[in-house]
Design a protein around this ligand. Structure first.
Ligand SMILES: Cc1cc2nc3c(=O)[nH]c(=O)nc-3n(C[C@H](O)[C@H](O)[C@H](O)COP(=O)(O)OP(=O)(O)OC[C@H]3O[C@@H](n4cnc5c(N)ncnc54)[C@H](O)[C@@H]3O)c2cc1C
Length: 395
C-alpha cells in the first residue's frame, strides 16, 4: 500500500476543496465551528447540497447512487469536510440502513427507501437499545407478533438519537421468544407516524436534546417491512454495527480537534510563555498526534479491506476504541489549555454580560461533556475490547 497521495488523489483533494469553498455556506460552517447544537434545517441543508453534487452516499456502490470513490478518496473527502467545518452527516439512513438494504433488502425495499434516503424525504433513527438491553443487546424485549399481514409491536427503545426529527425507525424486535436470544430477533422498519408510537426526550448532561425514549403500544406495521428473513435480524444487526463503528472513529474530527487544541495552546500564556511551549503539555499533544497519525493509517487499511470484502470486519472495534480515546484526550487537553474559561456552560457565558473567556470558548464545556458519549454509544469501548479479544486475538 502506497501511503503517499497520487497526482490523481491530489487533484481530487483540490476538487473537494474548491467545492467546499463554493458550496459550504458560511452560516453552516460557523455553526459547526461554534460547537453548539445544529438545527434540523442546517443538517438537512447540508444533506441536500451534497446530494445535488452526488457526494452524499459515499459508502454506497455506484449503482445505488454512491460516487464510486476509492478508499483514499473517501478518506480525503472526510478530511477536507472536517477541515472546512462541514456538519457531520446524519448517519442513520446513509451509513447504517443504506448498506443493510443494499445487502439484505428486497428489490422493492431498495427501490423504495434508498432514493428517499438520498433526497432527504425520510429521516431515519436507530431502534436498537432498550432500558435492559445495551451492551447485552441480544436480550432485547421489544416484541413483534404476527397478526394476519401485520406485525404488532409492543415495547420500548431508548437513547434514540435524533428520534425527535425522524420519519422512520429501524428496529430490532423479538419475533421468537422461545429460542436462543440471538435466533429470535428480526429487523423491522417502522413509520414513526404510526399510531401507538410516543417519543419522549432525554436531556444530556450538557442540557442538549439529542436522544429520546421511544414507546411502542400495539403499533401495527405491514409484514413487508421486515428486512431479510424473520428471526435472522441478529446477522443484520451486527453487519450494521460494523458500519456504525467505522463512522464513530472520526479521524477527520480528531484532526480538527488537534488543530483547535494547538491554536488554543498557542494563544494561552502560562508562566510568561505560550502553553504550547510547556514541555509537559507539548508532550501530551505530541502523543495524541502520534496516535492520530497511526490511526489514520489503520483507518485507511480498513477502508481498503472493506472495499475488498464488501463490508468492514470486526477490526472496526479497534478503530472505535482508538478513535474515541484520542478524541476525548484532545477535548480534555482543550479544556486544560483554556483553564477557567472552559468552565461556563452556554447561557452562563453572557449572563449579566459577564464574559468569562473568549467568545469562541462558549461551547467548550458543553462539547467536552457531550463528547463523553462517544466511548459509550455504538457499543461501549469495554465491549469493543471484548470483541477484539474474541474475534481477532481468539482468546
Ligand atoms: C448519547 C448516546 C446516543 C445513543 N444513540 C443510540 C441510538 O441512536 N440508538 C440506539 O439503539 N442506541 C443508542 N445509544 C445506546 C448505546 O448503544 C448504549 O448506551 C451502549 O450500547 C451501552 O449500553 P447501556 O447504556 O445499556 O450500558 P450497559 O450495557 O448497562 O453498560 C454499563 C457499563 O458496564 C460495562 N459493561 C457492560 N457489560 C460488560 C461486559 N460484558 N464486559 C465489560 N464491561 C461491560 C459497559 O462498558 C458500561 O461501561 C446511545 C447512547 C448514548 C449515550
Amino acid at each position: 500500500m502506497d501511503l503517499r497521495y497520487s497526482k490523481e488523489d491530489l487533484a481530487f483533494r483540490d476538487e473537494v476543496r474548491a467545492f467546499l469553498a463554493e458550496h459550504l455556506p458560511e452560516e453552516i460552517s460557523s455553526a459547526v465551528r461554534s460547537g453548539g447544537e445544529l438545527t434540523k434545517a442546517t443538517m438537512e441543508d447540508w444533506h441536500a447540497i451534497l446530494n445535488t453534487r452526488g457526494w452524499l452516499a459515499t459508502i454506497w456502490p455506484k449503482e445505488f447512487g454512491g460516487p464510486g470513490w476509492s478508499p483514499v478518496q473517501k478518506h480525503i473527502f472526510e478530511e477536507e469536510c472536517c477541515r472546512a467545518y462541514a456538519p457531520r452527516i446524519v448517519p442513520f439512513g446513509l451509513n447504517m440502513l443504506g448498506p443493510v438494504l443494499i445487502k439484505f433488502g428486497s428489490k422493492e425495499q431498495q427501490d423504495h427507501y434508498l432514493p428517499r434516503i438520498l433526497d432527504g424525504t425520510d429521516w431515519w433513527c436507530q431502534g436498537y437499545s432498550e432500558p435492559g438491553a445495551g451492551s447485552d443487546l441480544a436480550s432485547l424485549k421489544t416484541r413483534a407478533e404476527r397478526d394476519g399481514d401485520e406485525w404488532v409491536i409492543n415495547g420500548q427503545k431508548t437513547w434514540t438519537t435524533l428520534g425527535q426529527h425522524a420519519d422512520w425507525i429501524f428496529c430490532l424486535c423479538r419475533t421468537d421468544p422461545d429460542v436462543k436470544q440471538q435466533a429470535g430477533i428480526s429487523f423491522i422498519l417502522v413509520d414513526m407516524a404510526t399510531p401507538g408510537i410516543e417519543v419522549r426526550p432525554i436531556k444530556l448532561i450538557e442540557g442538549g436534546h439529542e436522544v429520546n425514549e421511544v414507546f411502542f403500544t400495539d403499533v401495527r406495521v405491514p409484514i413487508g417491512n421486515l428486512v431479510g428473513e424473520e428471526n435472522k435480524g441478529w446477522t443484520i444487526a451486527k453487519f450494521l454495527l460494523t458500519h456504525e463503528r467505522t463512522g464513530i472513529a472520526g479521524v477527520g474530527f480528531s484532526m480538527q480537534a488537534l488543530e483547535e487544541v494547538k491554536a488554543i495552546a498557542r494563544k494561552t500564556m502560562r508562566g510568561g510563555k505560550p502553553l504550547i511551549e510547556d514541555p509537559l503539555f507539548a508532550a501530551r499533544i505530541a502523543q495524541a498526534e502520534i496516535d492520530l497519525e497511526a490511526m489514520k493509517i489503520t483507518n485507511l487499511r480498513m477502508l481498503f479491506k472493506a472495499q475488498e470484502q464488501g463490508a468492514p470486519g470486526p477490526e472496526t472495534s479497534l478503530l472505535k476504541i482508538k478513535g474515541t480515546v484520542i478524541n476525548q484526550e484532545l477535548k480534555d487537553l482543550a479544556r486544560r489549555a483554556l483553564g477557567p474559561a472552559a468552565a461556563p456552560f452556554p447561557g452562563h457565558v453572557s449572563e449579566g454580560n459577564l464574559m468569562f473567556g473568549p467568545a469562541d470558548t462558549e461551547h467548550n464545556a458543553g462539547r467536552y461533556f457531550n463528547n463523553r458519549k462517544t466511548s459509550i454509544f455504538g457499543g461501549s469501548n469495554e465491549i469493543q475490547r471484548n470483541i477484539v479479544t474474541k474475534t481477532m486475538l481468539e482468546l
